[in-house]
Design a binder for this molecule. Structure first.
Ligand code: HEC
Length: 132
């Protein structure tokens, strides 16, 4: 009885923690609002949202774009919630600011570790051969 309860908790916990899927939830926000200036051809401010290692690096300001697990230290979040029109992203003349829901998605994605691509909890479990 005790063992099966432990198993149940272990089996359900990862799904409860990882709610955000990069490809499904985050990439559409970036593609729609950011990639025109940050990715592909243009890398405004030294920032591109195409490759994970660039997103985890620093922009021209020297601030880190995304600090996995720490939305409050991530310049990406600072730039979408600021009230300073000089800093706001997307730039006000380019498009409207992100909805609260979009900001929350980005924030959660970073808080959950800023996984790129399929999160491990969304991929089918593999059978691993244990050493004898
Ligand atoms: C119309 C073009 C444009 C769009 C769209 C845009 N940006 Fe930017 N972004 C810039 C420019 C230009 C800079 C460099 C000047 C500055 O730092 O404000 C910049 C700078 C930044 C920086 C700081 C880089 C540094 O120096 O540390 C971050 C972070 C950033 N953008 C994030 C975003 C995010 C997130 C989005 C989408 C929600 C976005 N941007 C959309 C043009 C854009």
């Amino acid at each position: 009885m005790k063992t099966s309860l432990t198993f149940l908790l272990l089996a359900t916990a990862p799904h409860a923690l990882a709610e955000i899927n990069f490809t499904r939830d985050v990439q559409p926000i970036l593609n729609k609002n950011c990639v025109a200036c940050h990715g592909g051809v243009k890398e405004a401010g030294g920032v591109s949202f195409i490759f994970r290692d660039q997103v985890l690096g620093k922009g021209e300001s020297g601030k880190t774009v995304v600090v996995p697990g720490k939305p409050e230290e991530s310049e990406m979040i600072a730039r979408v919630i600021t009230d300073d029109p000089d800093d706001l992203m997307p730039q006000p003349d380019h498009g409207p600011r992100l909805s609260d829901a979009d900001v929350e998605t980005l924030r959660k994605w970073i808080a959950e570790g800023a996984e790129w691509g399929e999160h491990w909890s969304f991929t089918a479990p593999k059978i691993i051969q244990l050493p004898r």
